[in-house]
Ligand binder design. Structure first.
Ligand code: LMR
Length: 399
């Protein structure tokens, strides 16, 4: 079968991890895949997760199937986290949430569901965006188009071009937005800008699809949902793909959710019925463990407080590494103003490194950076920061 078939290209992010693992250089540094690491380069299991697993080990008495839409306690807690406990969206029952295998699974379920009812729609993605967004929505059958987002000159959002473009998008098209901690740029809209984008969606009638994979990595769990609140306030339809990979460190448990918000509870029930029929033919029902862990933590005030603390530690360490990188580059006399790195939010920085520099760093220093120059700040540690800054300074001096 495969004799005349060309191999598929390696994944631009996971392929890097594979290459990193094979690299024999003891000084190698992985600044690629978006996974948190502590200062010893370990991706820890959070203490709150360990505690919840202990509870589950004693309490769990069956491995029978979950419902198609997953654990109801999980869904309830996901909604509280997404919208805030006292949100009108929750009290009016106009959100339908299904547990999904990771944020990617949620995006794909959403894509397949939207394709059923908007077969001719375009999906609009930010320029740039997470590489897998393209694959997910192309595979769901959509034509893609880009809206302007990141301006490399100003290292900021090109808000004028973005809004001008969003005003041309017709009703029924889908606009994919990063709810916070934009991947790959690390550059977010401010609150006032979110208000304007939500207004445009209401006026034009396009459907917002928020990818919310980094709640808590920007400012805080509460502050990071500002974008979601603005779309909720429109009273219209929108989608949210959320993930607990990063903020609970549940990467390999594939713990995410797709939430569909509709204007009324009646419409929401219809949305849920289609959400379930979409899921049934892809993976039938979700894996349980990660969802049970998250639900246990989110519904226990003590574990919840512990989680917020551990999340804060991750967020603060990444921020400290932003400053350390900027200081390190300045100390080495690297030309240019790198202060924008400290203004970016979430796990990533669009470093501005060219593809030649990215290739050179990998080849000569075993420093792995995603093509396009995205750096995962969490890959930096007090032990490797000097090595990385030396490497970048040397690479740039050769330009
Ligand atoms: C990333 O952007 O590196 C992460 O979201 C991991 C992934 O699935 O690509």
């Amino acid at each position: 079968m495969w004799q005349n078939i060309e191999a598929a290209p390696v994944d631009s992010i996971f392929g890097l991890t594979d290459a990193f693992k094979k690299d024999q250089n003891p000084k190698k540094v992985n600044l690629g895949v978006g996974v948190y690491k502590d200062d010893t380069s370990n991706t820890p299991v959070l203490n709150c997760v360990k505690a919840a697993e202990k509870i589950l080990l004693e309490k769990e008495n069956s491995k029978s199937y979950l419902p198609i839409s997953g654990d109801p306690v999980y869904a309830e807690n996901v909604q509280k986290l997404l919208f805030g406990e006292s949100s009108e969206v929750i009290s009016s029952g106009r959100a339908a949430t299904a547990q999904a295998p990771g944020g990617t699974g949620a995006l794909r379920v959403g894509g397949d569901l939207l394709k059923k009812f908007y077969p001719g729609a375009k999906v609009w993605i930010s320029s740039p965006t997470w590489a897998n967004h393209k694959g997910v929505f192309i595979t769901a059958g959509f034509e893609l188009a880009e809206y302007e987002y990141y301006n490399d000159e100003t290292k900021d959002v090109d808000f004028a071009s973005m809004t001008a473009r969003l005003k041309t998008i017709p009703a029924g098209d889908i606009v994919l937005l990063h709810a916070c901690c934009h991947n790959p740029s690390g550059v977010d809209l401010n609150n006032e800008q979110w208000e304007k984008i939500a207004d445009i969606s209401k006026e034009k009638g396009w459907i917002a699809f928020l990818d919310f994979a980094y709640q808590g990595f920007g400012e805080s769990v509460d502050a990071d949902r500002y974008s979601v609140e603005q779309f909720a306030a429109t009273g219209g339809d929108f989608f949210i793909a959320s993930s607990f990979s990063k903020n609970f460190g549940l990467y390999n448990e594939r713990t995410g959710a797709l939430t569909i918000v509709s204007p009324t509870a009646e419409q929401s029930a219809v949305a849920m019925s289609h959400l379930k029929s979409t899921i049934r033919v892809i993976y039938s029902n979700p894996p349980a463990h990660g969802g049970l862990v998250a639900a246990t933590i989110l519904s226990d005030p003590e574990l919840y407080a512990q989680w917020l603390e551990e999340l804060g530690i991750m967020r603060d360490r990444i921020k400290a590494m932003r400053s350390a990188l900027v200081d390190g580059l300045m100390k080495r006399g690297v030309e240019g103003d790198f202060s924008y790195i400290t203004r970016q939010r979430g796990m990533f920085s669009f470093s501005g490194l060219s593809s030649e520099v990215v290739d050179w760093l990998r080849e000569h220093k075993s420093i792995y950076v995603v093509g396009g120059g995205r750096i995962n700040l969490a890959g930096l540690t007090s032990e490797n920061i000097d090595y990385v800054c030396d490497g970048i300074a040397e690479a740039l001096s050769k330009q």
